[in-house]
Design a protein. Sequence first.
Length: 345
Amino acid sequence: MNRRIIKTASGVHTHTRVFAAAIVGLSSASTLAQPPIESFLADAPQSFIPPPLHPSGAQLQTRQLGEGVYALLSGLPVVDNNGFIVGERGVLVIDAHINAEMAGQIQDAVRRVTDKPILYLVNTNYHGDHTFGNYAFPDETLIVAHRNTAEHMRYFEYEKEFVLPAVNDDRSVYSDVELRLPDIAFDEYLRLDLGGRFVELHYFGRGNTTGDTVVFEPQTRTAWTGNLVVGEGTIPPMFEGGVDEYLQTISRFSQTLDVKTIIPGHGAPATADILGRYLRYLNDLRTSVRGAIDDGKTADATIASLPLGAEYLPANDAPQAALIPFLQGLHSLNVQRTYRDLTAR
Ligand SMILES: [Zn+2]
């Protein structure tokens, strides 16, 4: 991967107002076996169901949001969404999807709109369903990610195992995938120049992972949120961020950006209202788990006594109704995680 690092050094001048960007200095012997984080799903509550991310039958539908701004929506409720933004010089793509076939669908969608080069591909987090398609993009495309995302991507074999239950244990989904790491990492903020328009990358803190990136297109006020906000009718997927961190992150997000449309990494597009819903949920979660701990309840008793509230469940006839069992399991995971965080202090 060093060859790419040398090659990208001349490209940095196109990023204006770079506050903390750096060329990723990852070694070429870069795949590692086991990440230095606890396996937060290893002892997840029984009700937790892995999200159904198998891409079979997923067709990315192009939805234009404004001049040169496109969402790519998977059509299957939880399978990953993507998007792209076209400037005078070239294109920025949001997320790479899970394999070469899906990455090919993204590039086909771009080619139906423009023949300009894909200058940048942003990985919103390190999970395989957002990054395994990286290697199927052209060599000249620069891959950009938060520093923590870039570092976590080195645990390539571990990530293949982590994603496996979400693709029905079907390894063939990504058996051909080769690791391609980011060329550019950023810490807080990065503005990328596509020619005649800028795209902003923001890091607001830990949420679903330690490196969730929000991609913001200021003209249409569209935010791609990866796993940080997973779409209309959902609750926060608290995998690696604790309740206080997630609260702080969403609160910074909503205070910093005036968002009109959210294109989540999974699920249905949303308005900025979903940020208020996430803040309410996280505050409710904290208060109710705190109360259960103060009442002397065990973790299991706390999970059992705090089902997902009706106000956070889709109606039975809503388009998101199929997600109800997943959301209930996710909520149990969030309760468990919060119980541990609050009792560890
Ligand atoms: Zn995801």
